[in-house]
Write a protein that binds this ligand. Sequence first.
Ligand code: NAD
Length: 335
Amino acid sequence: MISLIPGDGVGKELAKLLIRLFKDLQIPLSFDIQEAGKEEYEKHGVYLPDSLFRSLEKNKVAIKGPMTTPIGEGFRSLNVQLRKKYDLYTNIRPIKELGPWKNPDCPIDLVIFRENTEDLYRGVEEMVSDTEAHSIKIITYQGSRRLIKRAFDYALDHGYPKVTLVTKANIMKFTDGLFLKAGRDLAKDYPSIELEEVLVDNMAMQLVLNPYQFNVIATENLYGDILSDLSAGLIGGLGLVPGANIGDDMAIFESVHGTAPDLAGKDLVNPTAFFLSACMMLDYLDMGDYAGSIRQGLDLLLSKKETSTQDLGGPLKASEFTDLLIQKVKEIKHG
Ligand code: NAD
């Protein structure tokens, strides 16, 4: 049993499409659907119901749609609250070219490891006067080390030669300096992997100029968030980038994108990012065969404009794209 949190905005549509995909492909997993988010608050007066926590604590694995966070006011991010409550300290965001965007000789192949529980996202903020506000950046050596270790292990397991550590340690000498020190110390345990250090402003430019030079990137919470959206732009947009929030004994899988209010309710969301997040979940559950055929199906559909979604210049609505994907995966499985 897997917890499924539809969330807000396009999340509701994505959840329905995922249920259809899994049912039609006979993937042997059942979903425990748990409503949460701003829309749930408007209906029942609670953002994160206790039943959601019970479901997560029982199932330990969840797939989640996006949840709204008000901008510049209002309640704090529910997504951040969940990551913090369950210490889901590793946010993994693979950015890989699919379909027409793919350069066959040298495709973009990035995996961002973003620290998920510290940094300015702790929300330690105060108004010290009507015209002055402070926000405290919290970085710990252990918190940095355990995240960077996941990146090094991933590089080792997948045959990547280096890990790129991204900071602004020239300016934030204590906080980013500590993150850098954790990386430098850890690199001594991985003699076969090169440690590359890049400042975040230069990294933004390098990613746009030549993303092919990077593979595994380890960075702090805020830089990781910004660099993953930037990288999504390099491969066709947020409709294509999945993600996972992984702790020591719980994992919540979710796309990088938000609630996309401009698309919600119109059947126009690209479900690829959500389906790829489900593939990461299937890999995590040792059900990689199912994930492999879904990924292959997505790649085949997205390689032609006429079988792509509208955000990529194609004609298909989300539901039509899902129907075709189901058909394609069945063809793949039956040779
Ligand atoms: P967004 O990701 O919702 O949208 C940014 C742009 O990308 C929009 O133009 C949108 O149409 C497009 N887009 C996003 N997903 C797409 C998809 N699957 N297919 C096609 N196009 C897609 O970001 P935003 O507008 O900055 O944020 C909206 C809300 O989502 C905010 O409340 C924000 O806090 C929240 N948010 C939640 C999460 C999460 O739950 N993990 C993540 C990011 C943002």
